[in-house]
Design a protein around this ligand. Structure first.
Ligand SMILES: Nc1ncnc2c1ncn2[C@@H]1O[C@H](COP(=O)(O)OP(=O)(O)OP(=O)(O)O)[C@@H](O)[C@H]1O
Ligand SMILES: [Mg+2]
Length: 494
């Protein structure tokens, strides 16, 4: 039995082809993973399946409905979680759940949801005040309400921490019944490897469709196979690093924070934290959703005022001399924060201007960055309309356009495809070799291995700090994911 039958589907946006004569069946009662490069057409495909977008040609049948003409009837049977789920930010967690339950006509029985998402202690917090990953979990909980027959999840695990990611997977598997069909778009290939079927799309076409295990037996091999299918990644020297013309810091400690603290009412988002980070170091901040990573970054960049404590960038106090301190840093926010209505090129021009890149060098610099980050074909596209992974590329490009000696990257690789993830890390490690200091957060545990030192953060505090090897030893684990889980659980017991 098929839940979705697609024949020769084509969808163009102006002159660019998003879906190219694509045919695909999605089997009932199975979990199908949708994988593809940034801009490959995943979101367009999901939105066409539920009738939010109309195809230019081809046939499509979903649960016996034609999404083109029967969108409203079809909607009663599906649960769709878009990349940017529509939470009501000025309602609390529990009020959002109640609202979505009422919309779907189901009872207010949220205990299991709250337990799975670990949101129970925060049910009275405004959704707008949740961390990125907490929002994602709440969005999924709202989507699962009412046991829809067909679930379409557009990268639900973006920004979700490793422990919660396992819980989300469990949550979906346990909350659905054997008849439910799930179409799950993801950049986590270990996740896709565990599904019944994998569909890899590239430039709007299906390039692989089958059981993940038929492609490779282990998740790591699966990732390598998918990378090959997608055309391999760029192993060349990072051009960004090569052309990074910057003034090397004359201090050894480039980032220092003393007893940083951030309190909201009685709640400590960050509690009494001290960091000392050296020139050229890649310093990773890892931790569960809501641990206080972004809040720490924001305080160190002068974007949030600490309740107490101080931070210095290359010796300059960020609170007393914000302009001077900030001229030495680049910040990539977790949440997309560029100008949505400006095009890619306009955004970059704007940042080049703000950061004082001389008019003579500006065009050259913007051209280079557009080229290196693969943004050429999108340069005239308004930033808001970019696929998620391309938004991340643009944000990263904007953060380093002025060649700062210190970079804060808050989940730079969340939502980017597996090839671009490797590309980003190529830039990061090459920049660090040149002496650029990099502070980075990530929920990809394989990326943690690239860090020189890691601080594991939980409930606003450092629970462990050291090299990846030291942390693994401390946790008695062979891999970072197990180390992460063990160390967090240990600190929970304490
Ligand atoms: N304005 C606010 N009012 C109340 N609590 C807040 C506010 N802003 C942030 N918080 C809380 O501070 C805590 C830390 O949030 P932060 O965004 O720093 O977490 P994070 O470690 O970056 O998480 P993630 O991995 O999900 O990005 C969370 O519990 C969050 O809900
Ligand atoms: Mg964060």
């Amino acid at each position: 039995m098929q839940t979705v039958t697609i024949k020769n589907l084509t969808k163009n946006f102006g002159s660019s082809v998003a879906i190219d004569n694509l045919s695909l069946n999605i089997e009932k009662g199975k979990i199908t993973g949708l994988i593809g490069a940034d801009g490959a057409g995943k979101t367009t495909l999901l939105r066409t399946i539920i009738g939010l977008l109309l195809a230019d040609s081809g046939e499509i049948d979903v649960l016996g409905f034609n999404p083109k003409t029967q969108k409203d009837e079809l909607n009663l049977h599906i649960g769709y979680m878009p990349q940017k789920f529509g939470l009501y930010e000025d309602l609390t967690v529990i009020e959002n759940l109640r609202l979505y339950a009422d919309l779907k006509g189901v009872t207010h029985d949220f205990d299991k949801m709250l337990e799975f998402t670990t949101l129970a202690p925060f049910q009275d917090r405004l959704a707008g005040a949740l961390s990125g990953g907490m929002k994602q979990k709440l969005g999924l909980a709202c989507t699962l309400l009412g046991n829809p027959e067909f679930l379409l999840l557009d990268e639900p695990s973006v920004g979700v921490d490793p422990i919660s990611r396992r819980d989300l997977m469990k949550m979906v598997r346990e909350m659905i019944n054997p008849e439910t069909t799930v179409l799950w778009s993801t950049a986590y290939l270990d996740e896709a490897h565990s599904f019944d079927t994998a569909v890899v799309i590239d430039k709007g076409k299906v390039i692989y469709e089958g059981k993940p295990h038929d492609l490779a037996s282990t998740p790591q091999e699966f990732e390598n196979k998918v990378i090959d299918l997608m055309g391999g990644y760029n192993k060349e020297e990072s051009l960004i690093a090569k052309n990074y013309d910057y003034k090397a810091p004359d201090v050894e400690l480039t980032v220092e924070a003393d007893n940083l603290e951030k309190r909201y009412g009685n709640f400590y988002a960050v509690k009494n934290n001290t960091f000392k980070i050296r020139k050229g170091e890649i310093f990773g901040l890892l931790g569960p959703n809501g641990a206080g990573k972004s809040t720490s970054f924001k305080m160190m960049c002068g974007l949030a005022k600490p309740t107490s404590g101080t931070a210095r960038i290359m010796g300059t106090d960020i609170i007393r001399h914000p302009a001077k301190a900030r001229s030495n840093l680049g910040y990539m926010a977790q949440k997309f924060s560029l100008y949505g209505s400006l095009t890619v090129r306009q955004n970059l021009n704007f940042f080049a201007l703000v950061y004082g890149i001389s008019i003579l060098k500006r065009k050259e610099k913007v051209d280079e960055i557009i080229e290196v980050f693969g943004l050429k074909e999108y340069e005239k596209c308004p930033a808001d309309e970019l696929p998620l992974g391309l938004k991340q590329r643009l944000s990263m490009a904007a953060a380093l356009i002025h060649n700062p000696p210190v970079l804060f990257l808050d989940e730079p690789t969340s939502g980017v495809d597996v090839l671009t993830r490797r590309d980003f890390w190529n830039h990061i490690t090459s920049l660090a070799k040149k002496g650029v200091t990099i502070l980075v957060t990530t929920h990809f545990m394989d990326e943690a291995e690239y860090c020189d030192r890691i601080s594991l953060f939980y409930k606003g505090q450092t629970v462990a700090v050291g090299t990846p090897k030291e942390l693994k030893q401390k946790a008695g684990a062979n891999d970072m994911e197990t180390a992460f889980i063990n160390l967090i659980k240990e600190s929970e017991v304490k």
